[in-house]
Every structure is written in structure tokens, then in C-alpha cells.
Design a protein around this ligand. Sequence first.
Ligand SMILES: Nc1nc2c(ncn2[C@@H]2O[C@H](COP(=O)(O)OP(=O)(O)OP(=O)(O)O)[C@@H](O)[C@H]2O)c(=O)[nH]1
Ligand SMILES: [Zn+2]
Length: 195
Amino acid sequence: MAYKQFEEYNIKVTEDVKDRYKDIIDELGEDTQREGLIKTPERAAKAMQFLTQGYDQDPVEILKGAMFKESYNEMVIVKDIEVYSLCEHHILPFFGKAHIAYIPNGHIVGLSKLPRIVDVFARRLQVQERLTEQVLDCINDTLKPQGVAVVIEASHMCMMMRGVQKQNSTTTTSGFRGQFEKIETRNEFLKLIGK
Ligand SMILES: Nc1nc2c(ncn2[C@@H]2O[C@H](COP(=O)(O)OP(=O)(O)OP(=O)(O)O)[C@@H](O)[C@H]2O)c(=O)[nH]1
Ligand SMILES: [Zn+2]
């Protein structure tokens, strides 16, 4: 494997974050010594490291690890890629689907690498708009295709469980570069992903 995978928790980070979670749980009025909660600060510290592992990963390296010379000149679409991220305002999940298309320009990329780079950017504190643009720019700048398109549809827990408390709203963000700036190409992509 040519790039860093999430393998182990940083011991110092785990200890530091664990101590802070213990204080937070305590402040929220719970008993950190009761059986069900005794290991919770450590579990939460590890979960947060997993959910923010994207800071330590290099998406360019991931794409470059599987670029292949090919003359294929048509649209390649990977749709319905599950996205799980954390909103940077409330540190609550937002989740949904990403749809990615590109038109090669001499090189194709290993299909799995597209969901992998979505994960790299999603596993950070994010807003949906920036997540969309980072995926778009990464593919555009690394693969240098004739065009690239990214659509993300997501539900935000911070709008569902708290705050405005709307259970059925979804947010759609999109970005288009190169050939996808042309309305016909963009429409073909949107039609193929069922939009
Ligand atoms: N644009 C954008 N906004 C987001 C995203 N995730 C969460 N938000 C919003 O971030 C905003 C933060 O607004 P604030 O008024 O500072 O926070 P708040 O008082 O908790 O707001 P409410 O959620 O309306 O209760 C809220 O409107 C959230 O809905 C995102 O990915 N993109
Ligand atoms: Zn939020």
C-alpha cells in the first residue's frame, strides 16, 4: 500500500483527549465511574481520532498511486459513494452520498481511489461546500482530466437532532470544472446520476 492507512491510535493523543472527555462527561452531570461509562472517555478519544484521520492522509498520493495511461475519452461516473463527515460548527455528523464524474485526458484512475479521497477529506472537521470543492480540486489538479464534476447530497445532524430540528431536509452541493462547465455535459452527468 503506497499511502498511509489508519492503523493505530496515537497514545499521547488518546490519553490527552480521554482526560478531556472525562471532564466533559463529568461537567454534563454524568458519573464517569459507573460501569457503562468507565471506558467511554477512551472510546470517544479513539472514535474521534478515527473520524479525523484525514488530516494525516495525502489524497494526491492516493490518486497518483493508481493513475494509468488510457485513451478512453468518455465520462466515467462513480455514484452513490457514502459520505460520513463532521460539521465543523457543532462537531456533529453529516452524512449522505457523493457522485463523482470525470472525463479522462490520457489517464484514468483506479475507481476505488475516488471514494478513498472522499473519505480523506470527509474525515476532518468540514462544511459540505468545502468538502465538495476539495474533492473537485484534488481530482482536477492531480489527474488533470478534461473535466470533473462532484455532487454531494447530505443530511446534517445539527439540523435534525438540535437547532432547527428539521428531519427531512437535505443539502446538495456541486462543483464542475472543464468540460462539465458546458451545460450539455453537465446535464448528461446529472441525468446519469438520476438528478
Ligand atoms: N454552509 C454550511 N453551514 C453548515 C454546515 N454544517 C452546519 N452548518 C450551519 O452552521 C451554522 C452555524 O450557525 P450559528 O448561528 O453560529 O450556530 P447555531 O446557533 O448553533 O445555529 P443553529 O444551528 O441555527 O441553531 C448553522 O446554520 C448550521 O446549520 C455546512 O456544511 N455548510
Ligand atoms: Zn453543525
